[in-house]
Design a protein around this ligand. Structure first.
Ligand code: SUG
Length: 417
């Protein structure tokens, strides 16, 4: 079968809560200590996957990780009862739901050995995300165990921060053709950290055996990071030959566009001007944290958060765009408000892998029946709500572990237990 883009969504874990852990992520800070609704959150994520299946798109999923992470706590010589609240919250976070940060993926047509390469991200800038990679790597090794078609790599070593596909874009004629790969790194972000370091991006490009002549390293704009765009995928998204970007996404936009055009002349760059949609509106509405997808009929659609529809300036600009003659033909709003309140839109919730689905472990591939089963487990086991004060509550920890185990059992994935 031909290579297709498969979107692997992180199933929102039973410990989903708002702990204000991500400095520079305004939604996370603004919603710190608010009650969360893990069951509703996970069901929203499942509905997004269903909607994508119904659009004719290939869909996969990843399991939530084991939380609280006892091994990480043991490494810090503590446990959930006695640790300080911020350590406890970091051990308990369901942040692996944002699968865009799980890994960087270079599809087979771009690599020297013709394999699809995946590198687990170290996520080391944020404590609560820095211990995801062990569980993520185990999962990637299982899902992409076919070593004729895939090469799975561990994370880049410290101190070089890597945030996975959130700071990475690929442009190509069609998914199955060789493309250009664009690594977007940060240098500085005013009061906020730049999470993606160029050293990490370069290490991944080498590990993935990319063609240096078709690889770009581009600086994310400092004003964008300072305005709350802690990842590049909050201000730009690419699909096949289309780059949809905010005017202020890159530090050197003209050079970036020229380099892209030089390497892939058929690229169409759609620039949203700051005088129509400010960075503040872009970050509040997450219009760029959309899944820009190619539909089976060939047109492109933007699957975006319903917050984008609620913002009149954003929706006005988008409506004009789709009414024009450009490549993006359709807007599909989805409700992922529980994830959005922690700064994770539709695009954060998924990792794109271009591959033949038959080469992926079928236990990670979605269909309607499997999503029904997953939704039943979520409905039966996921907590209704969590407030941060509950995180040391032993009965909540037991419920969270039992919920994940029920899902692993249903999906025949107890190997990840
Ligand atoms: O890393 N939020 C995530 C959101 C990740 C979004 N991903 C992409 N843009 N691809 C983060 O900042 C908040 C957790 C908390 O505060 O409880 C959090 O980790």
């Amino acid at each position: 079968m031909a290579l297709v883009e498969i979107n692997f969504d992180g199933i929102i874990g039973p410990s989903h809560n708002y702990a204000g852990l991500s400095v520079g992520n305004l939604a996370s800070s603004n919603n710190a200590s608010a009650p969360s609704y893990p069951k509703a959150a996970a069901l929203q994520g499942i509905e997004k996957m269903r909607a994508n299946l119904r659009l004719g798109l290939a869909q996969g999923f990843f399991m939530p990780l084991d939380r609280p992470n006892q091994k990480w706590l043991s490494g810090l010589s503590t446990d959930m009862q006695s640790s300080e609240p911020h350590i406890r919250a970091a051990a308990f976070s369901a942040s692996a739901m944002w699968a865009a940060n799980a890994a960087t993926v270079s599809p087979a047509p771009d690599t020297a050995d013709g394999k699809c390469h995946l590198s687990a991200a170290n996520l080391l800038t944020m404590a609560h995300r820095s211990h995801e990679w062990t569980g993520t790597l185990a999962q990637l090794k299982l899902a992409f165990a076919d070593d004729v078609h895939f090469a799975v790599h561990g994370p880049v070593p410290a101190p070089f921060g890597d945030e996975g596909a959130a700071n990475f874009m690929r442009l190509c004629r069609t998914h199955g053709d060789a493309g250009i790969e664009i690594f977007v790194y940060g240098k500085s972000g005013g009061p906020f950290p730049a999470r993606q370091h160029i050293e990490a991006s370069k290490a991944i490009a080498r590990a993935h055996r990319l063609d240096a002549a078709k690889t770009l390293f581009v600086q994310q704009s400092e004003v964008a990071i300072a305005a709350g765009a802690f990842h590049n995928d909050v201000v730009a998204v690419a699909n096949e030959h289309v780059l949809f970007t905010h005017e202020q996404a890159f530090e050197h936009p003209e050079q970036t566009y020229a380099d892209i055009k030089r390497l892939l002349p058929e690229t169409e760059i759609i620039i949203v001007p700051a005088d129509r949609v400010s960075l503040a509106d872009a970050i509040q509405s997450y219009l760029f944290n959309a899944q820009l997808v190619t539909l089976p009929d060939g047109g492109m659609a933007l699957i975006l958060p319903s917050e984008a529809q609620d913002n009149a300036r954003v929706w006005g600009w988008l409506s004009e765009m789709v009414a024009g003659n450009g490549p993006i033909r359709k807007l599909v709003p989805v409700d992922v408000r529980q994830s959005m309140a922690n700064g994770g839109g539709p695009a954060c919730l998924r990792l794109r892998v271009v591959a033949d689905p038959a080469t992926v472990d079928p236990r990670f591939i979605a269909n309607e029946a499997k999503l029904d089963q997953i939704a039943s487990v979520v409905a039966a086991y996921w907590p209704e709500s969590i407030v941060p004060d509950q995180l040391s509550d032993a009965s909540l920890m037991d419920q969270v572990r039992a919920a994940r185990m029920a899902l692993l059992t249903t999906c025949d994935l107890t190997a990840l237990a």
